[in-house]
Design a protein around this ligand. Structure first.
Ligand code: ZN
Ligand code: ZN
Length: 350
């Protein structure tokens, strides 16, 4: 098998060749059909995250060991299975649930392996899908595509899953109004999912009118340009001056979170999703007085991914794939992503 590996932070990926592994027990060997190129891959490539105020969270401090094969948005065809695999068969096209956990911590025990205390996520803590073949440690992490387009399915394991979990969290307080901040790829997916699975009126906020147009086409009932000096006032007046029940912030930068807090109603729910970075001073007394909840959403669990696949099968979400790369072009793919040359999503077809 051929893998495109990151030797160390900020070093170019190199192609390494090794024997194809032979699956045993619960393992399955996939021939990778499509691998999503994701912003998280850039963080892994750059060695970490900007925390604001000049602080940097190194991925090695979170347990990443280089060299590592990136890629957590993996769609493939099953080529071989271990003797204990019965839920999938050779020849099946599957999406991999990459947020694998230890199986023993409190989160894993209730099925939330994505929130594991000792995560084993593919393409981060173990080798991922920037490869022509990949070994899956347990076939329980595989979900059959059953008709979903392989390239489009890749992001359902990551950004789509995050958007889905965020909307589920925002929907917990039976919202009349949900504000969705950010009309980029993730935000637009959030708009489509929110209009499919909630009864709320959706208000989409972005600083790009063209993107807001798209948000309307995808189901947003109202749009507000955040460059407008009256943006907060406009959102509040849409929400009958009471404020929004839930705000999902797909950007999560200081100015957007400020807006989110300003438009949140009493008992409101702020779901932070984006990894833009930065930090913020909070007016603490408003949190108890308004009894608001601030929470994060990061990926989702296996069941969420299966639910999302079935929404995709019904045509509710249609991730747009704009660029395709070969495995040998993995460096170009990441550089293009970094230079913001990719609209929508890019995939590697090894
Ligand atoms: Zn991803
Ligand atoms: Zn665990």
């Amino acid at each position: 098998m051929k893998s495109a590996r990151i030797p160390g932070p900020n070093e170019p990926l190199t192609i390494s060749e090794s024997e194809n592994p032979k699956p045993s027990g619960t393992q399955a060997l996939l021939k990778v059909k499509s691998e999503g190129v994701c912003h998280s891959d850039l963080h892994l490539w750059e060695g970490g995250y900007d925390l604001g105020d000049g602080e940097f969270l190194k991925v090695t401090d979170r347990g990443v060991k280089y060299p590592v094969t990136p890629g957590h948005e993996i769609v493939g065809t099953i080529k071989a299975i271990g003797e204990n695999v019965s839920n999938v068969s050779v020849g099946d096209d599957v999406l991999v649930f990459p947020w694998m956990g230890c199986g023993e911590c409190p989160a894993c025990k209730v099925g939330n392996e994505n929130l594991c205390d000792a995560p084993k996520s593919m393409g981060l803590f173990q080798d991922g899908g920037y490869a022509d073949y990949t070994l899956i440690p347990n076939s329980k992490y595989l979900a059959k595509l059953d008709g979903v387009d392989p390239d489009a399915a890749t992001s359902l394991a990551c950004s789509g899953l995050t958007a889905y979990t965020a909307v589920k969290k925002a929907n917990q307080n039976s919202p009349e109004f949900i504000v969705i901040v950010g009309a980029g790829g993730l935000g637009l997916m959030g708009v489509q999912i929110a209009s499919a699975i909630t009864d709320a009126k959706i208000i989409c906020v972005d600083l790009d009118d063209k993107k807001l147009e798209t948000a309307k086409e995808m189901g947003a009932h109202f749009t507000v340009n955040s460059k407008d000096s009256d943006a907060v006032k406009k959102i509040l007046s849409i929400c009958n001056d009471k404020g929004a029940d839930s705000v999902i912030d797909f950007v999560n930068a200081p100015p957007t979170v400020k807006t989110g807090l300003a438009v949140l109603r009493k008992r409101g729910n702020l779901v932070l999703v984006g990894l833009f970075g930065g930090s913020l001073e909070l007016s603490l007394v408003t949190i108890p007085l308004k009894s608001i909840t601030i929470q994060g959403a990061y990926t989702g669990n296996y069941t969420d991914m299966v639910e999302l696949l079935s929404l995709a099968r019904k045509g509710v979400i249609n991730p747009v794939i704009s660029k395709r790369y070969s495995l040998e072009d993995a460096n170009t793919a990441l550089e293009d992503l970094k230079a913001r040359k990719i609209l929508g999503r890019a995939v590697i077809n090894p």
